[in-house]
Design a binder for this molecule. Structure first.
Ligand code: RB5
Length: 150
C-alpha cells in the first residue's frame, strides 16, 4: 500500500511525524507537501494527494490540517474519495470497518502525537467489513453521479 501524504502549515509538524512513522514501518508514501510552517491553503494539498489516489498512483491518503475538517471537506469533493476526520481509536476503527475510508484526515492542532499515531496505525490495519456497509456506500456513489457537473 502506498500512501499520499499532505498537510497545510497547521498540520506540517504532524505530517512530518506521520512520515517518520510510515518510514519506520517500511510503508511506502509520497509527500505532497507542504514543506514548512509557512501559511498555505489546505485545499491545494488535499487536491494533490486526492488526485494521486484517483489516478492510482497511491492507494490511500493521509491529510493533516489544523483540525482535519478543512482537509476532509476538500477531499470529499473528489468522487471516489471517502475522507474521514478521526480523533480517537474508535473513530479510526469504524472509519475503516463501516465507511471504507480511503482518506484519513487529522487535526494537527487538536490531537496529541500519541493519539495521532494510534489513529494512523488502526486506520492502516483495519479492514472494511463490507456487507450492509457496501449498500450505504453505493448510495453515496449514486449521489456523486447524480450531482457530477453541478
Ligand atoms: C489554518 O489556519 C486552518 O484553518 C486549517 O489548518 C484547518 O484547520 C482548516 O480546516
Amino acid at each position: 500500500m502506498k500512501i499520499a501524504l499532505a498537510s497545510d502549515h497547521a498540520g506540517f509538524e504532524m505530517k512530518e511525524m506521520v512520515a517518520r512513522f510510515l518510514t519506520g514501518r517500511g510503508l511506502a508514501f509520497e509527500d505532497f507537501g507542504s514543506s514548512s510552517g509557512e501559511s498555505v491553503d489546505y485545499v491545494d494539498f488535499a487536491a494533490a494527494a486526492c488526485e494521486a489516489v484517483l489516478a492510482g498512483a497511491c492507494d490511500r491518503a493521509i491529510l493533516v490540517c489544523g483540525t482535519g475538517i478543512g482537509m476532509a471537506m476538500a477531499a470529499n469533493k473528489f468522487p471516489g474519495i471517502r475522507a474521514t476526520v478521526c480523533w480517537n481509536a474508535v473513530t479510526a476503527e469504524v472509519a475503516r470497518k463501516h465507511n471504507n475510508s480511503n482518506c484519513l484526515t487529522l487535526g494537527g492542532r487538536v490531537l496529541n502525537d500519541q493519539t495521532a499515531l494510534e489513529i494512523v496505525r488502526i486506520w492502516l490495519e483495519t479492514p472494511f467489513e463490507g456487507g450492509r456497509h457496501e449498500r450505504r456506500l453505493a448510495k453515496i456513489v449514486e449521489i456523486e453521479k447524480k450531482y457530477r457537473g453541478f
